[in-house]
Design a protein around this ligand. Structure first.
Ligand code: BG6
Ligand code: MG
Length: 242
């Protein structure tokens, strides 16, 4: 028993040990960074409905499978993907006008949201993480992220909020996660990201972070672990990333 205690202490203080000439990283997760749309609340569906409405107006066929490519990426990049799907060429002004139109429909859906729409179990998970001294951040490509978290009454649940207004390059670029880690004051390698988008998983890994994919392994297979819904992740699973 005494021996075990000694080693636990050693591990905590050194963080790195040499086993059989190999350096093993025993760093603990110190921060969890959550995506918003599709991870905390089903606004991913509202994005889909608004893009589908625009696609229909433009005579473009648009399925849930097509929508996967839009998840996590910026509004304008999403517009460009829609144009690719419809083989459509538009000038910058027209592109922005249509993307704004989509955003107005999205905001219409969002404004009717109520706090109960937060995915069940997510608040409990955030509280359990914080109780363990783990910092919690939000990193969403959406420029509407602050409005959404205010409507859900969860704006005070996060140590840091980074949104689409604060970055130049959206996911799959790692910028948003690196900025969140910097604001949290935590080394990227000690951060665990929760993401429902393939672009988001790629961004987290490119930032040198660990990632839990929320959704289907077929889409999110690059993540370190995949759960079907956010609340399926239990704090006891954190050790899997150590
Ligand atoms: C991401 C969504 O969170 O935000 C994308 O997954 C969306 O679907 C992106 O395009 C940008 O959102 P917004 O609200 O700024 O248009
Ligand atoms: Mg998302």
């Amino acid at each position: 028993m005494q021996f075990l205690k000694h080693w636990k202490k050693q591990i905590k203080s050194s963080k790195r040990l040499i086993f059989k000439n190999q350096q093993v990283d025993l760093t603990l997760i110190k921060a969890c960074i959550f995506d918003l749309d599709g991870v905390i609340v089903d606004t991913a569906h509202y994005h889909f409905l608004a893009w589908k409405r625009l696609a229909n107006e433009l005579g473009i066929e648009f399925t849930e499978a097509d929508n996967e490519r839009l998840k996590g990426v910026s509004r304008l990049r999403s517009m460009e993907i829609l144009m690719e799907l419809g083989d459509l060429t538009l000038n910058q002004h027209e592109k922005e006008r249509l993307a704004n139109k989509k955003n107005e429909w999205f905001v219409d859906y969002v404004e009717r949201m109520v706090p109960e729409e937060i995915f069940s179990g997510v608040k409990v998970l955030i509280h359990q993480l914080r109780d363990r001294g783990i910092k919690v951040g939000l990193a969403s490509s959406s420029k509407n992220a602050k409005t959404v978290i205010q409507l859900l009454h969860i704006q005070n649940e996060f140590d840091v909020v980074v949104d689409g207004n604060m970055i130049t390059h959206s996911k799959p670029d790692p910028e948003i996660f690196l900025l969140a880690a910097q604001k949290l004051g935590i080394d990227p390698k000690d951060c665990l990201v929760f993401e429902d988008a393939e672009a988001g998983v790629e961004a987290a890994l490119a930032a040198g972070m660990k990632c839990v994919g929320v959704g289907y392994p077929e889409q999110l297979g690059k993540a370190d672990k995949v759960v079907s819904k956010t609340s399926d992740f239990a704090v006891t699973m954190l050790h899997e990333f150590n």
